[in-house]
Write a protein that binds this ligand. Structure first.
Ligand SMILES: [Zn+2]
Ligand SMILES: [Zn+2]
Length: 381
């Protein structure tokens, strides 16, 4: 291959994919590497609507990508008419959201350190607050589903349940709040599922939903700080909030920058772990990995913690009901939700108890207690 800079064909191989010109001493791609780069560029450009060899010449607007073209040819092969259908570019949307969120977090007021009542905490116990599928932003119409759910109800029930569980929990040194995914009901300006594009029953606008979502998790953290010395927060990625869970953690990290008693898990991985003495807990939404694979995933991801612990648990959301299965070395539990059923779940026949739990872990003996709260218990009589 001739040098693209000086056209000399005297070259020497520098790295796996690069050649260096012996005459002008500049480097360039091997033919194989160049072909791969060109092919990737052609795919990128075609997605944007530009592939002249295929009569695609109209580039989509920024933030959009071409979903398809339909061309009507005359007998002589010339184009009589062409339809270009565009769709919002998911990648560009994700990038735009990320940038907007980083900017938003910069301006957020930092929370000042808070005091707790008393200075004696139980160091052997850890209070954990797994929150199954909060679905903030979902709308449930009682005539259709028999249950009511909107932004205001989600805020009242979620904050009320957390406060009641903190009240019931022992005064432990450490606490963990685990949002098990689907904290937000939808993940874009339009209330549709990000994978299949199904329209979701939603209450309010996206901006309103994220405003309530941030307020609710902050209130949950404030409740926990009133009793526990150290509070760790994990936001598991759900299938309803693939990007929402990520920016929520980033925003919370900024908000609690000056509060040494709060830490926010920042790992973008679908599996998150925490340990308390001889107890190891894995957190996962439940949509990407079958439960029977999870024991192996934990052992492979955390071999040292696996060896040093005796009580191991996986905590999952996604299915909106409780189930527990024991595998050798680890149990896999799915948690119910406080949220009502939407029309889709009602029609599909899903019926499950609605509640939230607090699980107390002992550093030597694993789970030693659990408390539960249901929406009915929080109703004002
Ligand atoms: Zn869900
Ligand atoms: Zn889900």
């Amino acid at each position: 291959m001739a040098c693209p800079h000086c056209s000399s064909d005297r070259s020497v191989k520098r790295a796996t994919n690069r050649l260096m010109c012996k005459d002008c001493h500049r480097s360039y791609n091997t033919p194989e590497r160049q072909a791969a780069v060109d092919a990737a560029r052609a795919v990128r450009e075609a997605r944007q609507g530009v592939a002249p060899a295929h009569d695609m010449t109209r580039a989509a607007a920024p933030g959009f990508q071409v979903k398809g073209t339909s061309t009507l040819y005359r007998d002589d092969g010339s184009i009589a008419a062409q339809w270009v259908k565009t769709t919002q570019d998911a990648e560009a949307m994700r990038e735009a959201l990320k940038v907007a969120c980083a900017a938003m977090a910069e301006d957020l007021p930092r929370v000042a350190p808070m005091q707790t009542a008393g200075k004696v905490w139980d160091k052997r116990l850890m209070a954990c607050y797994p929150i199954g599928d909060a679905h903030i932003g979902m709308l449930s119409w009682p005539l259709e589903t028999g249950e009511e759910w909107d932004l205001a109800i989600a805020e009242r029930i979620q904050c009320g349940a957390m406060a009641a569980l903190v009240e019931a929990a022992p005064k432990t040194d450490k606490a963990v709040i685990v949002n098990l995914g689907d904290w937000f009901h939808y993940d874009s300006i339009e209330p549709v599922t990000s994978r299949s594009g199904h329209v979701l029953d939603s209450d309010g606008r996206y901006a309103k939903m994220i405003g309530v979502g941030i307020k609710v998790i902050r209130q949950c953290i404030t409740s926990a700080l009133a009793k526990h010395r150290q509070v760790h927060v994990i936001n598991v990625i759900g299938n309803h909030d693939d990007t929402g869970a990520l920016w929520l953690s980033a925003a919370l990290a900024h908000v609690y920058e000056s509060e040494p008693r709060v830490s926010i898990e920042q790992s973008p991985a679908p599996f998150t772990y925490f340990r308390h003495g001889k107890t190891l807990v894995g957190c996962h939404h439940g949509n990407t990995c079958k439960p029977d694979k999870l024991p192996g995933v934990m052992a492979a991801d955390r071999p040292i913690d696996w060896g040093a612990t005796e009580h191991r648990y996986w905590w999952l959301g996604h299915v909106h009901h409780q189930s527990v299965k024991e595998y050798p070395g680890v149990s896999v539990e799915t948690f119910g939700t406080l949220a009502a059923k939407d029309a889709y779940a009602t029609a599909g026949g899903w019926r499950a108890a609605r509640n939230m739990k607090c699980i107390v872990l002992h550093d030597e003996h694993g789970e030693v207690a659990r408390h539960a709260v249901s929406p009915a218990m929080l109703e004002v009589r």
